[in-house]
Design a binder for this molecule. Structure first.
Ligand SMILES: C[S@@+](CC[C@H](N)C(=O)[O-])C[C@H]1O[C@@H](n2cnc3c(N)ncnc32)[C@H](O)[C@@H]1O
Length: 763
């Protein structure tokens, strides 16, 4: 697939030591070590990796946790002889001053014999796993298995927004630690009510306490390192800025003077990265305070052009892409974005709740010398890896399918999709299966998931992951997703994790910096637009439990995100955007660069490496509220009635009728149905009349006018009557059965026979 794939070529687990130049900085770090340096180069690869994920301000734990404080305190039975803080000797590490960590061997923890009662069902917990070892390499979301020795380097990790706070919360007195109290050293008899490092869903389980005990020393050291690094970075920035101020005066000399022929005559040596960085900083300072710092007679555009040029030179981007990315942010934030793309995201694994529980998995890995901690309270299945003595892609737990290496940001689309047990779910672009397996886990292997990918080889990898992770409710197929819903329709939920340019995962795949062309940003959005229509048309708007579509990409460009979503809103007035349910993430743009999008676009979510220390990502969630309009053009370019349709116009060229579809305009509908000319005629006439009434005209006065309106718009959505739709059920069921047979691997496809009637007839 030419499009970037969330994860694209997996080059990301390779360490990317990031050089951070500190100029004339002097600071005091928390451990009271004074550092003086005229110019120090820090190797930040590991340090960065260890860095806590950025604090997503909107992270509100109350939204994602289910505190069980009301529950009676679990009996705390401290086991004699077990001392929490002595169970685990964390590897000694050098102070984080230089961002490196000397790895001494971690002493394995004695296995804590804690038998956590098998969680009845981890609703909350979802596991998915991207791919098996080989596939993981191809998947941006998945870390390569064979992370030899696992320098847990780059994957996206998720740091919870609150992680920085978590550092303070890592007191091991979390509620959860009291669960059976077997390892509680505190001997607390009263229930501890401190914040837990684990999700509240696990609060009633004490294993965490043991786990935390085992981790505490390492975590403490880690925190010191992180704080030191952060302080050093902040101080360095400050000193650097001050230095530049001193050198350049109030109005730094940034722009190049030109001779009479327009050639620069005061050029800085652009090959000198130090000087380039200095000028980058100066330019940003000027753009921040243009009135006071800009040179006389110079325009903001000139400074912006200089900044673009220097970013291309310093970070190695094509001017085309750098320009596009620069447009997304204010100058200073853009700088942070480009900077974040130079360092890998934290490594994260997702617990496969079909096989185990997060606490048990964490304990097992800690016993193997892995330093980890919950990824954040927004996830109940993620574990962030800080260090490991073993290759994470080859542990017995990995081979047994207890977890998958998966970028934290890849959890988000599935969390937004929120698949329910017994539903029928379509994952349109599924390989290598990180999200598919997550979906299956959330559904507890019930219902049926159709995992499709156009790439047959990748689809094979998907099968491998499905087997390794014990997924049993999934059918794998490899159609072009544009063929849906012809292949099959009537799904309760559809995930479209679309092929994209990968501008959110540049830290993993630096080739994106230079290999994306203007043509890519025309072809990819075009494909994405067609795919999203196919996704919408494949959903059963009558679904009792669902009727949702989630669209996601690992790109941050507007063309691949808001513009695609807006296109869907324009072409399918039978959908609306709804809240994703994700507790952090920035709102999608409602306007940017002269483009204006529907106000509901703010319900979409954007994720940036510099903001949350996760891969760049975009998530939008639609709710289907009516049938596909009679004259809709399907994703494969054919109209609903079989006529080939004119090529679609860019969304911004179209008038958007966002008149809400109100209940009183809708007839009771009983099911999602196929299309029938006679049936459609009734709807169309009704739509004409409704449209005329909206425009204040008498629908009975002038039939010709009614026709014109009908031709000029297509925004009115009417619903079928139950009787009419019921009449088409047999055909739909028939089509669904055929699709089942054509889907390639079939296994336990639909556990709900009655739902077969909901499959949509081919159109
Ligand atoms: C971002 S990746 C999907 C990652 C996957 N959702 C996961 O979590 O592991 C995009 C996928 O879209 C597939 N793809 C590209 N074009 C497609 C099409 N027309 N129909 C179906 N799949 C397509 C690619 O083969 C690729 O595997």
């Amino acid at each position: 697939m030419e499009g970037g794939q969330c994860g694209g070529p997996a080059k990301f687990w390779v360490n990317f030591p990031a050089r951070i130049e500190l100029w004339n900085f002097q600071c005091t770090i928390k451990n009271h070590t004074q550092i003086h340096a005229s110019r120090i180069t820090l190797k930040m690869g590991k340090g960065r990796r260890m860095k806590k994920q950025g604090p997503p301000p909107p992270l509100d734990e109350s939204l994602v946790t289910r505190k069980r404080k009301d529950a009676p305190p679990a009996p705390v039975s401290q086991q004699p002889g077990k001392k929490r803080k002595t169970d685990f000797k964390a590897p000694k590490k050098t102070p984080a001053v230089n961002g490196t960590v000397s790895k001494s061997k971690a002493k394995p923890v004695k296995p804590v014999k804690k038998s956590a009662p098998p969680p009845p069902s981890d609703d909350e917990v979802s596991d998915e796993d991207p791919s098996d070892d080989e596939d993981a390499i191809d998947d941006p979301d998945v870390i390569e298995d064979g992370l030899d020795g696992l320098k847990v380097t780059g994957l996206d990790a998720l740091g919870s927004a609150s992680e920085s706070e978590d550092l303070d919360d890592l007191d091991l007195e979390d509620d959860e630690f009291d669960e059976d109290g077997s390892v509680m050293d505190s001997g607390d008899e009263e229930p501890v009510t401190k914040k837990g490092m684990w999700s509240d869903d696990e609060d009633d389980d004490d294993i965490e306490e043991k786990l935390t005990a085992a981790n505490i020393e390492g975590l403490s050291l880690k925190r010191d390192r992180e704080i030191a690094i952060q302080e050093a970075e902040a101080q360095a920035e400050l000193e650097e800025a001050q230095l530049q101020t001193n050198i350049a005066g109030d109005r730094p000399k940034v722009l190049e003077d030109e001779d009479e022929e327009g050639r620069p005559i005061t050029n800085l040596a652009t090959q000198d990265l130090g000087l380039l960085r200095t000028r980058l900083n100066d330019t940003i300072r000027v753009l921040d305070d243009f009135k006071n710092l800009a040179e006389e007679g110079r325009s903001r555009t000139e400074y912006r052009a200089q900044l673009l040029k220097d970013i291309c030179a310093y970070y190695g981007y094509s001017e085309f892409l750098a320009d596009k990315l620069l447009d997304l942010f204010p100058a200073r934030e853009a700088f942070a974005f480009f900077e974040a793309n130079e360092t890998p995201r934290p490594i994260v694994i997702r617990t496969n709740t079909l096989r185990t529980h997060r606490r048990e998995l964490a304990q097992s890995l800690i016993n193997r010398g892995v330093q980890l901690e919950p990824v954040g309270k927004w996830s109940k299945v993620g574990l962030q890896i800080f260090d490991s003595q073993v290759p994470l892609g080859a542990t017995p737990e990995y081979l047994a399918g207890h977890y998958i290496l998966q970028a934290a940001s890849s959890f988000l689309p599935v969390m937004a999709l929120a698949p329910q047990e017994d539903e029928r779910v379509l994952d349109m672009a599924a390989a290598p299966g990180g999200k598919t397996t997550h979906i299956a886990a959330l559904m507890k292997n019930t219902g049926c998931v159709f995992a499709n990918d156009a790439n047959k080889d990748r689809a094979k990898g998907l099968i491998g992951n499905i087997h390794r992770l014990g997924v049993r409710n999934t059918v794998v197929c490899h159609y072009s997703a544009l063929e849906f819903p012809k292949v099959m329709g009537g799904f309760d939920r559809v995930l479209l994790d679309a092929p994209c340019s990968g501008t959110g995962v540049i830290a993993k795949d630096a080739s994106v910096k230079t290999n994306k062309t203007e043509a890519d940003f025309m072809k990819l959005p075009h494909l994405q637009k067609q795919l999203v229509l196919a996704a919408i048309d494949s959903v059963d708007h009558h679904s009792k439990t669902g009727g949702y579509i989630v669209y996601s990409t690992c790109s941050v460009t507007v063309e691949e995100n808001e513009q695609v979503v807006q296109y869907a809103l324009n072409k399918r007035p039978n959908v609306k955007l709804v809240e994703t349910g994700l507790v952090f993430g920035r709102e999608g743009f409602t306007k940017i660069g002269g483009k204006i999008f529907h106000p509901s676009m703010k319900m979409t979510r954007r994720y940036y490496p510099h903001a949350y220390n996760v891969d760049g990502f975009f998530v939008a969630k639609f709710k289907k509220i009516g049938p596909t309009p009679p004259n809709a053009v399907l994703a494969n370019g054919v109209s609903k009635k079989g006529k080939s349709a004119p090529s679609d116009k860019p969304v911004e060229e179209e008038y958007v009728d966002k008149t809400p579809i109100t209940d009183d305009e809708e007839k009771e509908e009983s099911d999602f149905g196929g299309w029938d000319d006679e049936e459609d005629k009734v709807y169309m006439e009704r739509a004409e009349r409704a449209q005329m009434r909206r425009k204040g005209k008498n629908p009975n006065a002038n039939p010709k006018a009614a026709k014109e309106i009908q031709n000029g718009t297509s925004k009115v959505v009417e619903k079928e009557s139950g009787k009419e739709v019921n009449g088409s059920k047999a055909k739909k069921a028939d089509a669904g059965a055929k699709a089942n047979g054509a889907g390639g691997k079939v296994g336990g496809a639909d556990s709900r026979p009655k739902k077969k009637s909901r499959e949509r007839k081919s159109t």
